[in-house]
Design a protein around this ligand. Structure first.
Ligand SMILES: [Zn+2]
Ligand SMILES: [Zn+2]
Ligand SMILES: [Zn+2]
Ligand SMILES: [Zn+2]
Length: 519
């Protein structure tokens, strides 16, 4: 649209020609790369940190555009590419610090046994797929190997709906058919969205089972439990090993989530429960590997009865749980590659399935849900239908971990949350989660960045901010987005120039990770 672009260029020219242009550019710097920054107005007060004395007070009316710009902070690359990029960087550091130490994590963690496991969903019906049985390419990044036929069958047969059970296509990597069921009517959409919904609970119980397996192993090997004192002052005996994890959810093309999880063995310090210490020498990476496999096979969540599924649904892992060792002798999977790989998924959501919408409401759901429609429309329909208000008389229900605050026993329909998460095809969890002890927090990284930015700012402009003051704001939301498309162009361009060098470095690493780990 040439008129739009022309309008934008005129806006940009006006802004750039204004006398305070460089002040404006500096002012918007913190949000410079954001697609839709948040605009705030109100009072900013600089307070001396020791005494609480007010050093300076300013109203945002005195600032360029009379507002403060704050990056939207959206984690999803489809919503705001740059905020997602910042988030991915934080995710990378969170994951990596848990592997190598750094920031507040002791570097001794690098010696703890670690595995990188992928937990997948089971099959809910055959889908079109692309698989390369054996790679002959030299460089996986430029793989040109021929995929095998999708679903070759010698006796093809048809389903009750007349669809062939075979597909001889060798699908391209970007074939929109991939992940779509061979027969939409045979496919169990209900089971899949229920699986997504309860997958967090399945993971929670699996992790408990892993720790139980290891505790039992310690007992058999005569490794003593450790006495720790609880917050209430009582002494308790606990197993000498525990597992800390960092986990990323990945939405597959078929619309089922699976989890990539780093599991690290830690020991227990009897004097300081929060200390990160090595596990006892008698427990090794082999034991961790075996415990993961055993737990994944063992744990099944049976969900509560529902009128559309009177027995409930079985929620268990798919047959294959892939467990890899980090830093193993083949040198294939390294700390940096795994961290980059997880960080990449942390910024994604349902985009791969072709679905990308915000939370659905009774007014908008009809545009997406259709019991007779395509794969996605049927998944969203299943969420909406199973989540409908119903009243049944069970007193005990299970609900995914994230829904617990809603009140387990008072929830009339244990599946009600499926409506809330229909736009996520039932998955209501976070895309990146970690155990408290696993690594540094996102908050710490954000604080560090804010401090760094302030220091950077002090160097380049005479802001008058003393190092020992904190700025307190009473700010109100006044809007979101840039004032004009021209402003967006200028701020984004400046930010892109600042970041270009850093971005290139990191993307190379992520790309390497993609081909190295996803193999
Ligand atoms: Zn943003
Ligand atoms: Zn196919
Ligand atoms: Zn290949
Ligand atoms: Zn069928």
């Amino acid at each position: 649209m040439p008129t739009l672009a022309a309008g934008r260029d005129v806006q940009a020219l006006h802004r750039a020609a204004a006398p305070d242009f460089f002040g404006w550019l500096e002012h918007t710097r913190a949000a410079g790369a954001c697609t839709r920054p948040i605009r705030l107005a109100g009072t900013l007060t600089a307070v001396e940190s020791g005494t609480g004395r007010v050093v300076e007070q300013r109203h945002t009316d005195e600032l360029p555009d009379r507002t403060l710009y704050k990056a939207c902070g959206n984690r999803r690359a489809a919503q705001c590419p740059d905020c997602a990029w910042v988030y991915a960087g934080d995710a990378f550091h969170v994951v990596r610090c848990g592997l190598t130490g750094g920031k507040t994590v002791p570097t001794s963690v690098a010696a703890h046994p670690v595995v990188f496991a992928t937990f997948t969903a089971p099959s809910f019906g055959p889908v079109h797929r692309r698989h390369i049985p054996r790679h002959t390419c030299a460089d996986r990044r430029r793989c040109d190997c021929r995929p095998a036929p999708c679903r070759a069958r010698s006796i093809a047969g048809t389903c009750p709906h007349g669809q062939s059970a075979a597909c001889f296509a060798r699908h391209d990597a970007d074939d929109p058919q991939l992940g779509r069921p061979l027969c939409l009517d045979c496919y169990d959409h209900d089971h899949q969205v229920v699986w997504n919904y309860f997958s967090g609970e399945l993971w929670r119980r699996t992790k408990q089972a892993i720790e139980r397996h290891l505790a039992a192993l310690c007992r058999r090997r005569g490794i003593p439990h450790v006495q720790v004192s609880t917050d209430s002052g009582r002494v308790r005996r606990v197993p000498p090993v525990r597992v800390s994890h960092g986990k990323v959810a990945e939405m597959q093309r078929r619309g089922a989530v699976h989890f990539h999880v780093l599991l690290r063995l830690d020991g227990v310090d009897p004097d300081d429960r929060d200390a990160l210490v090595p596990p006892p020498a008698g427990i090794t990476v082999d034991d961790l590997d075996a415990a993961v496999h055993a737990a994944a096979r063992q744990i099944t969540v049976v969900t509560p009865p529902h009128p559309d599924g009177p027995q409930g649904w079985q929620v268990a892992w798919g047959e294959q749980v892939d467990v890899r060792r980090i830093g193993a002798s083949d040198g294939d999977v390294t700390d940096g590659k795994v961290a980059a790989y997880l960080a990449k998924y942390a910024t994604k959501s349902t985009e791969i399935t072709g679905h990308c919408s915000t939370r659905l409401t009774p007014d908008t759901v009809d545009a997406y849900a259709d019991p007779e429609g395509n794969h996605l429309a049927r998944l969203i329909d299943a969420c909406w239908r199973l989540g409908r208000p119903i009243h049944h008389h069970t007193s005990r229900t299970v609900a995914p971990a994230g829904e617990r605050q809603a009140g387990l026993d008072t929830t009339p329909n244990a599946y009600a949350g499926l409506r809330r998460w229909a736009h996520m095809l039932g998955y209501g969890g976070h895309f990146l989660t970690k155990a408290r002890r696993y690594s540094v927090t996102f908050g710490l990284l954000r604080d560090t960045r804010a401090t760094y930015r302030r220091a950077e700012h002090d160097d380049t402009a005479d802001s008058g901010d003393a190092a020992d003051t904190v700025t307190v704001g009473t700010l109100a939301f006044v809007g979101s987005g840039w004032l004009t498309d021209g402003d967006a162009l200028l701020a984004n361009t400046a930010a892109a120039q600042r970041r270009e060098r850093r971005r290139v470095g990191r993307e190379e690493l992520a790309h390497e990770a993609w081909s190295g780990v996803a193999a």
